[in-house]
Design a protein around this ligand. Structure first.
Ligand code: SF4
Length: 77
């Protein structure tokens, strides 16, 4: 863990359980046993750059940084 780690959360009302987050960060995200939503493992902390990529790739916008601003910068081309 580094000082630039952030904690993430999943809005289970919004998640569509596509599994992109689990593919990108399997140590942090896991589709629940019912395959309905993604859940965060442990404290949900991961490097900020990984968090931003997962947030960018989540098709439903369900993932956010805990305590972060509402504005998430889009990743570059
Ligand atoms: S990428 Fe987003 S929509 Fe897909 S399982 Fe993860 S949190 Fe849910």
């Amino acid at each position: 863990m580094s000082a630039d780690d952030v904690a993430v959360r999943v809005d289970t009302e919004v998640c569509i359980a596509g599994g992109q987050c689990e593919l990108l960060a399997p140590d942090i995200f896991e589709i629940d046993d019912d395959e309905v939503v993604a859940v965060v493992r442990g404290d949900g902390r991961l490097p900020r750059n990984v968090a931003l990529e997962v947030i960018d790739r989540c098709p439903s916008g369900a993932i956010s940084i805990v305590g972060g601003s509402d504005h998430i910068p889009a990743s570059g081309p």
